[in-house]
Design a protein around this ligand. Sequence first.
Ligand code: IMP
Ligand code: MG
Length: 180
Amino acid sequence: MKYGKDIEKVLIPEEQIKARVKELAAQINRDYGDEEYMLVCILRGSYIFAADLIRELTGNVKIDFISISSYSGTTTSGEVNLVKDLKEPVQGRNLLIVEDIIDTGLTLSYLKAMLAARQPKSVKIAAILDKPSRRTVDLKGDYIGFEIPDEFAIGYGLDYEEKYRNLPDVCVLARSEYEK
Ligand code: IMP
Ligand code: MG
């Protein structure tokens, strides 16, 4: 895909993402074995990752969707709102949260606490991207695709003001786009 000057650079090309998703899936397949588990896909950023991931999963897997909002523009508001809850009850079940990116960690620590209160059997986290240098709370993912530097990533489901989710590669948004 050819990009315009709103894209600073390609950070992770499509082929590399595909290969890494396969590796993560192999690890997840090994870890869960025959245990039933449910992907908790966080809308909207992680839907592309979840769609790619689930097609590589061979075990007893189901999927449900949750929507929370914590962001406007490129900085976190610190506030997390539950926009749409899961359809399925989670008590006694193995949950694998699927997220696009872990940044400060606030969203996932909120969500983990919320789900833990419903007494699931286990809660783990898969995220395609991680910005460890930005963390403000103690939170670690269990299955991480790529650690990236502190740059604003777009594409492969990630947006800037709802744009760019369609890009097949993970790219860096040009600063001129959000500093204008
Ligand atoms: P956290 O609560 O700070 O960890 O933020 C997590 C959420 O912020 C993610 O689910 C994304 O929606 C959004 N986010 C954080 N960093 C980026 C980025 O570089 N690009 C796009 N969205 C981001
Ligand atoms: Mg998100």
